[in-house]
Design a protein around this ligand. Sequence first.
Ligand code: MRU
Length: 365
Amino acid sequence: MRTSPQICKESGHIYFSHDDGVLRLLDQRLLPGREEYFSCADTQDAVYALKEMVVRGAPAIGVTAAWGCVLAASELLRRGADAAVDWENELEKLLEILADARPTAVNLVWSVKHMRGLWLSRVPDSLPRLLAVWKAEAARLQAEDIAVNKRMGAYGAECIDRGDTVMTHCNAGVLATAGYGTALGVIYAAHDQKKNIRVIANETRPFLQGARLTAYELKARGVPVTVACDNACALLMKRGMVQKVIVGADRIAANGDTANKIGTYGVALLAKAHKVPVYVAAPLSTIDRACPDGDAIPIETRPTHEVTHMGGSPVVPEDVPVYNFAFDVTPAELIAGIITEQGVLAPPYGRSIAEAFARAGADNP
Ligand code: MRU
């Protein structure tokens, strides 16, 4: 297994060991202070890791869910369910629990559906055979995510000019994907092209993905990064300190409306007021064509203690209610381009998204 900071340079924070059948996840709750792995031996462990944000970020959630399917099959096998008539029912129940772990990132449902589809279409008639098929597929999805991110990086780097300061919100990097990153993948590609860019990482209350994770991995890779409080955004833009905004996405509707970390919508509105272009970087698997627009995207609300407490200490008086919406939706009209593995999509997104899927289908007939 690789250890940090190598992890932050490429991949390795999601690691399935074929020796003991355990999925190990770099525990993102502890970063940047401690680099420890969380072990998932069964589906419940994987669901806990997803819910508690041991692992987070839409593509990383999707890859973890694929390995979660593997854990579900091996768990049943350990329980001797192969001999029982209804292992299929047991497995369906575990997959359902897995798919329900978090609601907004479409990659989770996409991944479980994909693995389930493989099971039902090939009808592997025994758990050991299904387990082998799923292990190979989870590994393939993990490798494919990195390849897709690199393609996005190459397209997206074209949107960044020499000397730009790029603002990003949340963490859409190595840690949020199988490796490399979506929004940060674009930044890595521009950095590798020696475009002399700088990054402003919004701290991203309440989980602090920007301050803790984005700054951690950009620093490991040698990209100049400054952390700013979320509420500094207007001042920084007013002073001309931001030339581009690039963010990731958890779910993009068919019309281009984009759900991403809470606060992204506010950043996009401020960017419009200051004439700063906003780009979203996401693979086609993050686009949910069944959602016509942003109103159809489910928004996760998370436990209140994430807002009321910091480092275990209260920052809100006891019994005062708080809001903890984890995501918001940025309307398509605030987005200058959607960077995908099929190129940078331009508005109107209804058309460019449909064309990108048609091209992807032609690539993978
Ligand atoms: O709650 P999180 O940390 O899972 O939210 C993550 C984000 O909002 C990311 O920006 C998004 O998933 C894109 S990750 C490539």
